[in-house]
Write a protein that binds this ligand. Structure first.
Ligand code: CMP
Length: 143
C-alpha cells in the first residue's frame, strides 16, 4: 500500500484536557511518523475558509465558534494508507457512533466538540496540509 500523508487536528476541547502527549503516543504506537506539528489559535477567517464546504450546514456557526475558542494542534502524519487509517483511529465524526477504543470514543464531548479532525481523502489531505504548512516545514520519510 502507498505511503500517504494526512492532516490531523487536535481540537480545542482535547488540547484543554492536557493530553497532547498521550494522543501523539497513540499515533506513534499505530505506526504514524509525525512529520510536522504546530499549535495555533485560528482566526475566524482561517476557520471559515478551512471548513468552507460546510458553510450552508446548520452546525457551521457553532463549529466555527468552537474551533476559534482555544489553541489547536495541527500535525502532518505519514504511514501506509494514512488517510483512512487515521480516520479509523479517531472514530466516527458523531462521537455517539464512535467505536470503543477510538480517540473520539475516549475524548470527544459532543458532535461539535468531537475532539479531532482528519482529512477524508487524499485530495483533501493535500489541500489541508498546504493550508497550514509550507513545503519546507514538512519532514517526510518518503524517499
Ligand atoms: P470534522 O471532522 O472536523 O469535520 C467537520 C466538523 O463539523 C465535524 O468534525 C464536527 O465537528 C462538525 N459536525 C459535522 N456534522 C455535525 C452535526 N450533524 N452536528 C454538529 N456538528 C457537526
Amino acid at each position: 500500500m502507498a505511503i500517504e500523508q494526512t492532516l490531523s487536528i487536535i481540537k480545542p476541547n482535547v488540547v484543554a484536557k492536557n493530553i497532547i502527549g498521550k494522543i501523539f503516543n497513540r499515533f506513534e504506537k499505530k505506526g504514524f511518523k509525525i512529520i510536522s506539528i504546530k499549535m495555533l489559535k485560528l482566526s475566524h477567517q482561517q476557520a471559515e475558509c478551512f471548513y468552507k464546504q460546510h458553510i450552508s450546514k446548520p452546525f457551521f456557526k457553532d463549529l466555527i465558534n468552537f474551533m476559534i475558542s482555544g489553541p489547536i494542534i495541527i500535525s502532518v502524519l505519514e504511514r501506509e494508507n494514512a488517510v483512512n487509517f487515521h480516520r479509523t483511529l479517531i472514530g466516527d465524526t458523531n462521537p455517539m457512533k464512535a467505536l470503543k477504543g477510538t480517540l473520539r470514543a475516549d475524548y470527544a464531548d459532543n458532535y461539535t466538540e468531537n475532539g479531532f479532525h482528519g482529512s477524508d481523502s487524499i485530495e483533501s489531505a493535500l489541500f489541508e496540509i498546504n493550508y497550514f504548512f509550507k513545503n519546507n516545514e514538512i519532514y517526510s520519510n518518503k524517499s
